[in-house]
Design a protein around this ligand. Structure first.
Ligand code: SAM
Length: 288
C-alpha cells in the first residue's frame, strides 16, 4: 500500500487518522512485504492481527492464511475492513483489545500460530503483555514498536532499562530486532523511528521438556509481582516489592535466602528465570 493508496482509501471512505488511537498507517510496500516475510504465513496458519487500521498488512495476511482474525478499536473502519476482508473469509472484531476476552474466540482461532501488530504506541506495553498472557503458546509474534522501546525489550540484567518488559519477552521465547522503519513509511509520519521485532515461542527447553514458564504467563499475578519488584527502582528488591503491600518483607527475605540471593539484591540483578522461582516460593508452589 503506497501513500497515495492510503490517501485514496481514507478519502473514499470518509476516514481520517486519529492521533489519540495511535493511528499511523503503513504506506511502504517493501516494509509491508518484509513484515509478512518474517511472519511466514502459510495456508495452514491461524493469524491474529491487533489494530488492522485500513488493512495495510491485513489483505496479504488474510489471503495467505488458513484463517485470519483482527481486533480493531475504531469502528469507523467497519465498511473498509468488511469490504477488504469479507471476500477473503477474514473476521474483524471491533473491540478495545485491552478489554476484550480472548476466550470469546473458539476452535482453532483460540490458538493463533502467528500474531501480527503494528502496535499503537500509546498502549504498546499493555497490549504486548496481554497478548503473551492471552496466547502463551503462540509460536510467533511480529510487532512494529517504537525504536526507543527496543531498549526496554532487549535490555540485559544489570542495565538501567532492564525491567518487566525484558523479563516477560525473554521468558516467552527468542526475540530479535529485525529492522528499523523510518517515519516516512507511515501516514501520518511519526517523529520517531520504529522497529520490527519478532518473538518466537520456545515450546520446550534445551532438554526437550515443555517450557516451564507457561504457567507464569497464564497468571496475571506473576506479572504484577514483577512490576512490583521494579516499582521503586532505586531501592532493593525487598523494599520495592514489599511497598505494594502484597508480600511482607519477611516473606520476601525468606524467599531470597532460599534462592541463595543477598538480602540487598536489586531487581535489575536477577535473571528472568529468578522471577519465576521467586514467585513460586512466595506462592508456596516451588517445584511446580
Ligand atoms: N495495521 C495498520 C497499519 O499497519 O497501517 C494500522 C496500525 S496503527 C499504528 C494502530 C492501529 O491500532 C490503529 O488501527 C488503531 O485504531 C488500533 N488500535 C489502537 N488502540 C487499540 C486497542 N486498544 N485495541 C485494538 N486496536 C487498537
Amino acid at each position: 500500500m503506497s501513500k497515495q493508496e492510503v490517501l485514496t482509501i481514507l478519502e473514499n471512505y470518509g476516514l481520517s487518522a486519529t492521533r489519540s488511537l495511535g493511528q499511523n498507517f503503513l504506506c511502504n510496500d517493501a516494509v509491508i512485504d518484509e513484515i509478512l516475510d518474517l511472519a511466514k504465513i502459510t495456508k495452514s496458519k491461524q493469524v491474529l492481527e491487533i489494530g488492522p487500521g485500513i488493512g495495510a498488512l491485513s489483505e496479504k495476511a488474510a489471503s495467505s492464511a488458513a484463517a485470519y482474525t483482527a481486533v480493531e478499536i475504531d469502528q469507523t473502519f467497519t465498511t473498509r475492513l468488511h469490504n477488504l476482508l469479507d471476500p477473503l473469509g477474514g473476521e474483524v472484531i471491533f473491540q478495545d483489545y485491552l478489554k476484550w476476552d480472548a476466550d470469546s474466540l473458539s476452535g482453532e482461532k483460540r490458538n493463533p500460530d502467528v500474531i501480527l501488530s503494528n502496535l499503537p504506541y500509546y498502549v504498546m506495553t499493555p497490549i504486548m503483555v496481554k497478548l503473551m498472557q492471552d496466547f502463551p503458546l503462540c509460536p510467533k509474534m511480529v510487532f512494529m514498536v517504537e525504536e526507543e522501546a527496543c531498549d526496554r525489550i532487549f535490555a540485559m540484567p544489570g542495565s538501567k532499562q532492564y525491567g518487566p518488559l525484558a523479563i516477560l519477552t525473554d521468558l516467552f521465547g527468542r526475540k530479535e530486532k529485525c529492522f528499523n522503519v523510518d517515519g516516512g513509511s507511515f501516514y501520518p509520519a511519526p517523529n520517531t523511528t520504529s522497529s520490527v521485532i519478532r518473538i518466537e515461542r520456545s515450546l520446550s527447553n534445551e532438554d526437550g521438556q515443555s517450557n516451564p514458564h507457561v504457567s507464569c504467563f497464564r497468571d496475571a499475578e506473576w506479572f504484577s509481582m514483577v512490576t512490583g519488584a521494579f516499582a521503586l527502582r532505586r531501592k532493593t528488591l525487598v523494599n520495592s516489592l514489599s511497598s505494594g503491600g502484597k508480600y511482607s518483607k519477611n516473606q520476601i527475605l525468606s524467599a531470597l535466602s532460599e534462592m541463595g540471593q543477598r538480602e540487598t539484591v536489586r531487581s535489575e540483578d536477577l535473571l528472568p528465570t529468578d522471577f519465576v522461582v521467586l514467585y513460586q516460593i512466595l506462592r508456596g508452589r516451588k517445584g511446580e
